[in-house]
Design a protein around this ligand. Sequence first.
Ligand SMILES: NC(=O)c1ccc[n+]([C@@H]2O[C@H](COP(=O)([O-])OP(=O)(O)OC[C@H]3O[C@@H](n4cnc5c(N)ncnc54)[C@H](O)[C@@H]3O)[C@@H](O)[C@H]2O)c1
Length: 255
Amino acid sequence: MFDLTGKIAVVTGASSGLGADAARAYAKAGANVALLARRQDKLEALAQELRAEGIDALPVGCDVTDEASIEKAIETVIDHFGRIDILLNNAGVAVRGGVDTLSQEDWDRSMNINVKGIYLMCKYVIPHMKAQNYGKIVNISSVNALFGDKNDMFIRHAYNTSKAAVLGLTLGMACSYGQFNITVNAVCPGLFESEMTQNTLFKSEAFLQGYSAQCPMSRPGRRGEVSGPILFFSSDASSYVTGQHVVVDGGTSLV
Ligand SMILES: NC(=O)c1ccc[n+]([C@@H]2O[C@H](COP(=O)([O-])OP(=O)(O)OC[C@H]3O[C@@H](n4cnc5c(N)ncnc54)[C@H](O)[C@@H]3O)[C@@H](O)[C@H]2O)c1
């Protein structure tokens, strides 16, 4: 049920962190992968790693806030692979600050990457999924869509808003495209080390200790631990599951 042999997966923000980990998990499950992001050198390095395992990996430069860039990227993927079965909307940015301090520029950047990016990717991928009557879309949201935090390091109002919007978009799309055998689900990670967090949250020993003390599993997430739930929503293991989200935070949000 989790086998992705012969499937074509598109991953945005594949140049680092959770996106690169998910691309590796897709490859391990047998899928060929299109790696989309802005940093071509990083994409090429990951593509080489996956090709060494016998996977066809295609690095494609793409800025998810730029419609022309997305249109061209999807054209490139279709020219190469002929279809798209899985879309992982992972690209994202976390800007710190509350509404009383955030600049409009930072607010717009968060919304553009985290929300508009998903809308635009789906706009160009869904017609292909509809035509083949098959598709698995997975949107990366966050626990910050569902839970607040008084900790200064977690005050990120534009992030909260954008990640909650991702859940709204997920359920709307799930309702509209189920008839085309397209499922749309979301994953809400808790705290994981990545480029996004390594110079902020992971820099503070006091913060990490506080987080671990609160977390029922007594630690932050490890690299690759989001990939299992992503694989579930990307494979036929979730053939009758749509419009749902799963929280991957070691139980932190329960207490
Ligand atoms: N790390 C965590 O603790 C955590 C927690 C909850 C949710 N998330 C979410 O997981 C996703 C991946 O984040 P990560 O932690 O791996 O961080 P990351 O910074 O390593 O990855 C983000 C990726 O998005 C790409 N990206 C940013 N803007 C882009 C654009 N305009 N066009 C194309 N690509 C763009 C970056 O280049 C990068 O590859 C994000 O959506 C993030 O919000 C992460």
